[in-house]
Each structure stands twice: as structure tokens, then as C-alpha cells.
Ligand binder design. Structure first.
Ligand code: SAM
Length: 282
């Protein structure tokens, strides 16, 4: 008898509202042999809500390396398993990386059951540009390391997204103000999909003032979003255009634009598009 290898299903679960568990997630959680969960008690509550009776084992940052090999053995023996975290998408600032890596290296199929994440939920309602963004997750807890990371990000032109614990929100905003300036547009997305959902927009300075005077704004779960550095984007575009002009004396315009875009990070189409003069289109 040939033994088919099982599938590891990576299943996203709600970040607050229980109604956000997808129909496919329910079906998969109900039929796998075992669910590996960050916190068995929290997952048990979710399963109870949906009448799912599948057995749950703990897989968290402290035991992941020791538990993952036995889960991969079960997968190789043909069993289907699911991986969930406490909330949202596993591996996204959550455990699961070791298991997914090990399963893939063993030739096991790893399949997503996509769904909620605080990252995408916050971006989608922020009103900030999200075509390109940088997810930083949790910054280092130690003040020196956190400030060094923020200093390295000060010129970043894409929207930045941070996860933060409520008791560190004020310190994060203070560090953001020091690194990026008080005027940088920012958004606090709090308790998304829950009763006290709040999305506040303003600048780093106005949001810091609000958090200092209104203790409710640092309660619950929070995503902090900060607009990218537009001045830097303008500088990148200007140097792209300078380089394009130099190169186009030697190369065909399309090639000059490609090289200048590659070197400077400026969008190629902003340097040269057939039939369009980018300087007139600005
Ligand atoms: N894996 C999860 C995901 O897909 O977003 C995130 C897990 S991470 C350990 C928890 C952090 O996500 C919280 O500290 C907070 O920054 C953010 N978060 C989770 N749920 C949230 C919610 N309902 N509203 C706002 N932020 C949330």
C-alpha cells in the first residue's frame, strides 16, 4: 500500500470577531487529525464555539523546536494537520516558522487557509498609501535597540506598520516622534473587529498627545501605522531623473530608464514612458 504524505494546513483565525473564521477554515479544522495551537485553551474556546472536536496540541515559541519533528513524522505518515495561532495568521509575529520550514524541507505539502490578520485589517482602513508597505512587527523592547531600528527607518518612503503591546504604546510614539518628527502622518488601529474598535488618524505628535491624555487609547490590541518619508521619495525621484538624463546621452531611453530606476529605486515609468514626457506629466 502506498502511503500519501499528509498536508500541513496553515489556518488563519479571527483577530477578535468570531464570525471572521472562514467556512473553509471551519471545514479544515474539523477534519484534520490534530491541530497545533499557540495556546490550547484559547483555541479550545474557538473550537467550542464552532462545535469542532479535533484534538489540540501546544506549539509555542518555547517548545516549537522540540514538538515540530514529531508533527512532521505524523505528516509523513499520511496524517493531515492544522497550525493555528492565538489570533490572525500564524507565523505573522506568531509561532509556526520552525514547523513550516521543517515540513517543507521534508517534502510535505504546506497549504494556506488565508483569513484575518491585524496587519492587513489595519492597513485596509488606515487611509495611508498601502500599495507598498513595510511590516516591522514588534520593535525591540530595549530602548537603545528600538531607537536604533527607528533611526534606520527614518528615510523609508513606504508606509510602516508596527505591532505594539498597549503598555509600550506611549514609549513607541515618543520614539517615533524623536526619529521621524511630530508632523509625520500616523494612524492607531485599536481593537479591530471588537466592541471597542477605534481607528485614530493624525500625526505622530497629535496621536502622542491623545494617548498621553486619554488612557483608553492605550488599552487592548494596537497596530501603529506611520506614513513613509515623502521627502525621501522626492529625493529618490530627483536622483533617478538626474541619472536618466546622463545615461540617455549614451543609451536608448528605455534602457537608460531601466538602469537609472534600478540604481536609484525611482519608478521606471516616472523616468521614461514611450510617448510621455514624465516632467510634463508631473
Ligand atoms: N498573527 C497575528 C496577525 O495575524 O495579525 C498577530 C499576532 S501578534 C502576537 C499580536 C499583535 O497583533 C498585537 O499586539 C497587536 O499589535 C496586533 N493585533 C492583534 N489583534 C488585533 C486587533 N484586533 N486590533 C488591533 N491590533 C491587533
Amino acid at each position: 500500500m502506498t502511503n500519501t504524505v499528509g498536508t500541513l494546513w496553515v489556518v488563519a483565525t479571527p483577530i477578535g470577531h468570531l464570525g471572521d473564521l472562514s467556512a473553509r477554515a471551519r471545514e479544515v479544522l474539523g477534519r484534520v487529525g490534530l491541530i497545533a495551537a499557540e495556546d490550547t485553551r484559547r483555541t479550545a474556546q474557538l473550537l467550542l464555539h464552532y462545535g469542532i472536536r479535533t484534538r489540540v496540541v501546544a506549539l509555542h515559541e518555547h517548545n516549537e523546536s522540540s514538538v515540530a519533528p514529531s508533527l512532521v513524522t505524523r505528516l509523513l505518515a499520511g496524517e493531515d494537520l492544522a497550525l493555528v495561532s492565538d489570533a490572525g495568521t500564524p507565523l505573522l509575529s506568531d509561532p509556526g516558522f520552525v514547523l513550516v520550514r521543517m515540513a517543507r524541507e521534508a517534502g510535505v505539502r504546506v497549504a494556506p487557509v488565508p483569513g484575518p490578520s491585524a496587519l492587513m485589517a489595519a492597513l485596509s482602513v488606515s487611509g495611508l498609501p498601502i500599495a507598498r508597505f513595510v511590516f516591522e512587527g514588534f520593535l525591540p523592547v530595549k530602548p537603545g535597540a528600538r531607537r536604533a531600528r527607528l533611526a534606520a527607518l527614518a528615510g523609508e518612503s513606504r508606509t510602516l506598520v508596527f505591532y505594539e503591546a498597549p503598555h509600550r504604546l506611549k514609549e513607541l510614539l515618543e520614539d517615533l516622534e524623536a526619529a521621524f518628527g511630530a508632523q509625520r502622518p500616523a494612524v492607531l488601529a485599536r481593537e479591530l473587529t471588537k466592541l471597542h474598535e477605534t481607528v485614530l488618524d493624525g500625526t505622530v505628535g497629535t496621536l502622542l498627545a491623545r494617548v498621553r491624555t486619554d488612557a483608553d487609547q492605550s488599552r487592548g490590541e494596537i497596530v501603529v501605522l506611520v506614513a513613509g518619508n515623502e521627502a525621501n521619495e522626492a529625493e529618490v525621484l530627483a536622483s533617478g531623473k538626474r541619472l536618466y538624463q546622463l545615461l540617455s546621452a549614451e543609451l536608448a531611453p528605455a534602457r537608460a530608464a531601466r538602469v537609472a530606476a534600478e540604481f536609484t529605486g525611482a519608478p521606471r515609468k516616472a523616468l521614461y514612458a514611450p510617448g510621455i514626457d514624465p516632467d510634463r506629466a508631473d
